[in-house]
Ligand binder design. Sequence first.
Ligand SMILES: Nc1ncnc2c1ncn2[C@@H]1O[C@H](COP(=O)(O)OP(=O)(O)O)[C@@H](O)[C@H]1O
Ligand SMILES: [Mg+2]
Length: 275
Amino acid sequence: MSQPFIELSDVIVRYGANQSGTLALDQTNLRIDEGDFIALVGPSGCGKSTILKLVSGLLQASSGGVFLAGREVRANKVGIGLAFQNPTMMPWLTIRENVMMPLKIVEPFRSEYRRKKKGEFADRADAMLAKVGLAGFGDKRPWELSGGMLQRASLCRALIHEPRLLLLDEPFGALDSFTREELWEILQTLWIETRPTVLLVTHDLREAAYLANRICVMTARPGRILEDREVPFARPRTVEMSYDPEFAALVQAMRRRIAEARVDGGAALTVSNAA
Ligand SMILES: Nc1ncnc2c1ncn2[C@@H]1O[C@H](COP(=O)(O)OP(=O)(O)O)[C@@H](O)[C@H]1O
Ligand SMILES: [Mg+2]
């Protein structure tokens, strides 16, 4: 078997110093190939954000291994892009400057930042903004944009340094459904063009089925991966497709899985199947 790009191997995460702390993940195993698009879904508090924090190196597992491109995450230099539900833009910077932020921080761009920030890098930010329908908004400040526009800009910021890995934690959760669907299309296009590996946490099952190649359903806390399912629909996917019977059936099946997982971590399912 080829080496996965991301691997969680028997990972346990306990928040707090001792045994009385919160057990967030219990014996979680997950393997993701490079260039794949994975959605992580599951009941609130099951450990989805915890998995993203592990992969980004913001958090260390209590036990087990977290590997990125074959190396322990801590020792890794793989470029990562991040976007969260609230697009945390720096209010004193323009949208262009916010989008360029990773270039200011991450090598190899960092050492060229002073020289290129007014030229090549600014052009690159403007080109990204144009791709997501924000041409001409580079000079605006964050407070001048709507929530949907800010989230588009935040996708640009997450991708400007061409990361090999994109971690998205409920990025569209705060948006109205029309804006959310527009952003699905934009994110799908960006993914098809540059093929980073994407790990998307979402509560929205239609979103998961629209965007992902694989959907991992987690149990209630302490989380484990309960089900790992391929999404077979051709790309580019469209909002219309999300109303097709096969699409609806996949979403329904996952909805049922999660309802069962909410009860008691999936144990009820095993029992009722056996009965
Ligand atoms: N820093 C922390 N300290 C203590 N408990 C935490 C911390 N972060 C998360 N938790 C707990 O761990 C569990 C998993 O959290 P999280 O990964 O954020 O869940 P999700 O993203 O699936 O909603 C939750 O019960 C949460 O309350
Ligand atoms: Mg979360």
